[in-house]
Design a protein around this ligand. Structure first.
Ligand code: SAM
Length: 227
């Protein structure tokens, strides 16, 4: 994604993705209220760790994290006034080439968390075992980690003729994209399964295309899925 805060930066051109982050707020609040057993997941250190995977730059990652913390604080307050509040540590992850400097400069000065950048591919391990309480990822998991070689091999039945999408393409092309995605999501889930504490939560927001529907006829609200 284009860094900085200029006219063509991701920070200035991601309002559609922001809608998704905002739509997920109520679901995150419900999940934390109903599914998270704070006393079980937080150790005696009272530290709650959050990772936003594929954070890019701009306000979206910050809004997402604030939504999680707000929901956590609400839940915590429901235990009564004498409970020691947890501290929050937030890990912002993206490719090594992400403009982390711009992201860090845009963090609110009065933020209620300790922030750190974690560079690297989220298809692999990024964190120690059982060290995360909440994983969040929005509009990032649909990116493939690499171009399958069959798509660029003129002698392959899945050659994609130089295109970078599969709309109206041969079945072989679609299957190749699909297999690459399956490999990536499996690696992602295996890594998170090790990194999340038992009882931790994960919110994955992804644009998806229902079978048989042309990408050209969809609005953003039609193909957004939140898990
Ligand atoms: C469209 S942006 C979404 C940014 C932000 N989450 C939001 O909702 O606005 C997708 C981000 O995911 C990152 N990304 C894609 N694949 C990734 C991977 N395998 N590992 C880490 N980051 C990845 C990209 O670099 C990009 O910054």
């Amino acid at each position: 994604m284009k860094g900085g805060v200029g006219q063509y930066s991701y920070a200035q051109n991601s309002s559609a993705q922001r809608q998704a982050v905002e739509a997920a707020k109520v679901l995150i609040k419900e999940a934390i209220a109903e599914k998270l057993d704070i006393k079980q997941v937080i150790s005696s250190s009272k530290l709650f760790t959050i990772a936003d995977l594929g954070c890019s730059v701009g306000i979206n990652a910050i809004i997402a994290v604030e939504n999680i913390i707000e929901s956590m604080n609400l839940k915590h307050q429901s235990f009564g006034p004498n409970q020691e509040a947890p501290e929050f540590q937030v890990f912002f992850n993206d490719h090594v080439s992400n403009d982390f400097n711009t992201l860090f400069k845009s963090l609110p000065t009065d933020k209620q968390y300790f922030a750190a950048g974690v560079p690297g591919l989220f298809q692999g391990r990024l964190f120690p075992k059982a060290s995360l309480h909440f994983v969040h990822s929005s509009y990032a998991l649909h990116w493939l980690s690499k171009v399958p070689k069959e798509l660029i091999d003129k002698n392959s039945p899945a050659w994609n003729k130089g295109r970078i999408h599969y709309t109206n393409s041969l079945k072989e092309v679609r299957d190749t994209y699909s297999a690459q995605f399956a490999e990536g999501i499996e690696s992602f889930l295996n890594a998170r399964a090790q990194e999340l504490v038992s009882g931790g939560l994960m919110t994955l927001i992804m644009p998806c295309l229902p079978d048989g529907i042309s990408y050209l006829h969809l609005k953003i609200s039609d193909f957004l899925w939140i898990y």
